[in-house]
Design a protein around this ligand. Sequence first.
Ligand code: XMP
Length: 523
Amino acid sequence: MSTHDRLLIIDFGSQVTQLIARRLRELNVYCEIHPYQNVTDAFLADFAPKAVIFSGGPDSVTRDGSPRPPQSVYTMGVPILGICYGQQVMMQDLGGRVEGGKISGGGGTAEFGRAYVEPKGRHDDLLFGWFLDGREQVWMSHGDHVSKLAPGFEVYGTSPNAPFAITGNPARHFYAVQFHPEVHHTPNGKTLYENFVRLAGFTGDWTMGAYREEAIQKIRDQVGNAHVICGLSGGVDSSVTAILLHEAIGDQLTCVFVDHGLLRQNEAEEVVSMFRDHYNIKLIHADERELFLGELDGVTDPEVKRKTIGRLFIDVFQNYANQIEDAEFLAQGTLYPDVIESVSFSGGPSVTIKSHHNVGGLPEKMGLKLVEPLRELFKDEVRALGHELGLPASFIGRHPFPGPGLAIRCPGEITREKLEILRQADAVYIDQIRRHGLYDEIWQAFVAILPVRTVGVMGDGRTYDYACALRAVTSVDGMTADYYPFSHDFLGETATRIINEVQGINRVTYDITSKPPGTIEWE
Ligand code: XMP
């Protein structure tokens, strides 16, 4: 049983509910997001939150059957903060009134975008650090609005279109705001959350040091004396999973690292030496380069490449795992955003743009149970945990690398020759980025080798070699991305180095496509 204080976020379907959790975690407050349908009286009693936040949402409380929390949430005696739709829910439930807003025109009160809130009345605890310059910029996104406050509520802030922008019932510690304090466009929003959790009595006890101890105990309780298999890719998630498990159960853990021949320069050696030599983790290095590259011979279609690699990966992994005696568990580096997505009620099935390569389906196929020690963490928390576990910063801060590896950076046919050229060009490019101190500013950077040869001239001779494309993007989560604005000097210097140092490339281009409409990878 966890020992830290817990905050419950009831999700009414807002696009930005995850950001509320992010803001709170940054304040060292442990919180979980649960869709309103799952939050029953029994759930509330079991979860025992120290405070509750109602998220925003797309519905209208004026509609019969619109999403609501169980009424017992109001009688638990814990502070509640309602955001946007959450404010309207609170007002409607507690005896106020909500009206549908007109989108625009005379008297319309719907509001989308930036607005300014001015103080009214006083609540020094909730609004500590607010209104220091007179007014605060906030982000509004609502159709409906509260037209009458519930009994016991006061107004602390107003905007031209939202007379009840900030409201509260201080006796019950219920607070509600019309805007979204969790988004970037409410610059002082974090302070509001900070004030709320402080007045709710949170002490900020959610730290990675505490998490580490707790996670280790949980793993021991779950696994007992059984053996665990962990697929290690060298990425941050699987690395942290492996190290944490190793701390918890030592030699009961065996990692399997599959080298599919599509890794970057020196990557396999680095991963093996780090985990086997440095951490002393039992590691099977599955050198299956011939198998993968053989099957990929002549394959040019991106989806066929991905499916082939995914299928082989599962076969290979299963083969090696079968050799580990008494294996009962499979460890996976599932993160909290994956968990939330899978229970989200608002998102319909999203379109498959590219089939992702993962080990989904493996546990059932192999009759294994899952251990997922990172299920409660966001990506940056995984990095913090990695740091706590002594993983070198150079490893923790590494750019993401896709499961199918260089295969999807080699449009057209994959040959050993092209892969070797690609590896060398990529190494020079990343070296350039590091030398210029840009690595940490960039979400992901890599070279793609293009399936064309072009004519060039070097020295006195004509060349006919491959062209390559450099890619570098900034992104928050990989879902959208902007190309990185390198200086022309940097691009020129890098192109010169690649052409001089890598035999087989005589032309370098820079990909300036953002996502959308492009994707980050080329295939
Ligand atoms: P795209 O190319 O879809 O990539 O814009 C978004 C992010 O996902 C990574 N990516 C993958 N990661 N297996 C992975 O583990 C895959 O099949 C895969 N495809 C893309 C990509 O590198 C980027 O960070």
